[in-house]
Design a protein around this ligand. Structure first.
Ligand code: AP5
Ligand code: MG
Ligand code: ZN
Length: 213
């Protein structure tokens, strides 16, 4: 099963993608997590990506597409994957589409997690992220068992550099201009399903599993 998560920054793509990955036994592939892991490890790729990410801008398509195609070519993606944060532009979607078509394959579902802009800013300031394993928490809605510590791996939780209010605003602008057109792209392909992302996490997941079966 090949699934794409669509939605604004902070809509809950990562939260839901992890739950989908677990239930359906497919890897969770997040370009944002890949970039953040590279930043943390001080790689060349990380340094390049950080310049864009800290401003709330997209990392250039060429670089992002290369990373993603490498990742999904790995053995664990053979039976499917859930893509979180990719594609984010029409050119990225076209590259993915062409790569899959060449393999006689296609995306099964594009799940659009719908959350209005007003809700987003509030969510982001409360988010805490684990840069070691990619787990995400919210200080009010989804708190870790021990404050400031990742339940999954015990690492320290941090506020992401791009979760400052003014950067979040830029990310929302970029989303509306560059990513929202993908909703039409996948509607035309007949694979789009929209869920209400303002509901509690488990209700959003129930809506998604009702679609995926
Ligand atoms: P990326 O890491 O993908 O960030 P994003 O799209 O901005 O999305 P977020 O991770 O911020 O939000 P999310 O939807 O995953 O929400 P989450 O589940 O954490 O990308 C970061 C940057 O990398 C980009 O800005 C860009 O520079 C670059 N990049 C990445 N991919 C790229 C690409 N393809 N092309 C170019 N550049 C790329 O939830 C948010 C918060 O809400 C959490 O605290 C969570 O606990 C809480 N929450 C979740 N669900 C609920 C709920 N139902 N109710 C209440 N709270 C909830
Ligand atoms: Mg995310
Ligand atoms: Zn962790």
């Amino acid at each position: 099963m090949k699934i794409i998560m669509l939605g604004a920054p902070g809509a809950g793509k990562g939260t839901q993608a992890k739950m989908i990955a677990e239930k359906y036994g497919v890897p969770h592939v997040s370009t944002g997590d890949i970039f953040r892991a590279n930043i943390k490890n001080g790689t060349q790729l990380g340094m390049e990506a950080k310049q864009y990410m800290d401003k709330g801008l997209l990392v250039p398509d060429e670089l992002t597409v290369r990373i993603l195609l490498d990742r999904v070519a790995q053995e664990d993606c053979k039976n499917g994957y859930v893509l979180d944060g990719f594609p984010r532009t029409i050119p990225q979607a076209e590259v993915l589409d062409n790569a899959l078509t060449e393999l006689g394959d296609k995306i099964d579902y594009a799940v659009n997690v719908d959350v209005p802009d007003e809700n987003i800013i509030r969510r982001m300031s409360g988010r805490r992220a684990c840069l070691s394993c990619g787990a995400t928490y919210h200080i009010e809605h989804i708190p870790p068992k021990k404050e400031g510590v990742c339940d999954a791996c015990g690492s320290e939780l941090v506020l992401r550099d791009d979760d400052k209010a003014e950067t979040v605003k830029n990310r929302l602008d970029v989303y509306h201009k560059q990513t929202q057109p993908l909703i039409d792209f996948y509607t035309e392909k007949g694979v789009l399903a929209t869920v209400d992302g303002t509901l509690p996490m488990d209700d959003v997941f129930a809506a998604i599993t009702a679609i995926l079966g």
